[in-house]
Ligand binder design. Structure first.
Ligand code: GAR
Length: 204
């Protein structure tokens, strides 16, 4: 019987971090977990195509169609339970989960955020906005953070961080790309492996 930790990846957009996770599983960086399900809250997300191309089952859950945050989260939980998911990775998932949800999966939800937390994080800081804020503040170093998710947006325990230099002529777009390449795509797979490994050890 396969004893790898079953991972669900929650996405909303392009899915480059999902791709990094899929590649890391293939190349042997993630050895203790298996990406078993991808859930999107956006039916047009390119991440869904990446998952399908990689042979990973996908599901779409739309808050608007379900009518409330509670119904949205219940639908996600039903999918997670049905698929025996043990760890949830938020990889560009642009929806804040309530305390009901985060409490249920304590130390089992991992998020990647494109700054060095506690800078440029919390409500309203997502995607390109984070890099716009870093540039307008004038910081010379930024980076990415992988952390556990709790009831405070971007407030859970930090798992890994990596710094990235800001260049004179950076735009939000060039900075976003460099932070992804140099930090996010590296520390997210390493963090997922770390958490899966310790969960596997705990099960022994
Ligand atoms: C990534 O930069 C991720 O860190 C960020 O959105 C992007 C998603 O890209 N997430 C947040 O800002 C969450 N607060 P991707 O869909 O290509 O992985």
């Amino acid at each position: 019987m396969e004893n790898k930790i079953k991972i669900a990846v929650l996405v909303s957009g392009g899915g480059t971090n999902l791709q990094a996770l899929m590649d890391a599983e293939k190349s042997g960086i993630i050895t203790d977990g298996r990406i078993s399900l991808v859930i999107s809250n956006n039916e047009g997300a390119y991440a869904l195509k990446r998952a399908a191309d990689g042979g990973i089952p996908t599901a779409v859950v739309l808050k608007k169609a379900l009518g409330s945050q509670q119904a949205f989260e219940e639908a996600i939980i039903e999918l997670l339970e049905k698929n025996g998911i043990e760890i949830i990775v938020l990889a560009g998932f642009m929806s804040i989960l309530s305390e009901n949800f985060t409490k249920k999966y304590d130390k089992r939800i991992i998020n990647v955020h494109p700054s060095l937390i506690p800078s440029f994080c919390g409500k309203g800081f997502y995607g390109l906005h984070v890099h716009e804020a870093a540039l307008s503040y004038g910081v010379k170093v930024t980076g990415a953070t992988v952390h556990f998710v709790n009831e405070i947006p971007d407030g859970g325990e930090i798992i890994m961080q990596k710094a990235v230099e800001i260049l004179e002529d950076d735009t939000p777009e060039t900075l976003q790309r460099r932070v992804m390449e140099q930090a996010e795509w590296k520390i997210l797979p390493l963090s997922v492996q770390k958490v899966c490994h310790s969960l596997k050890e705990d099960k022994k």
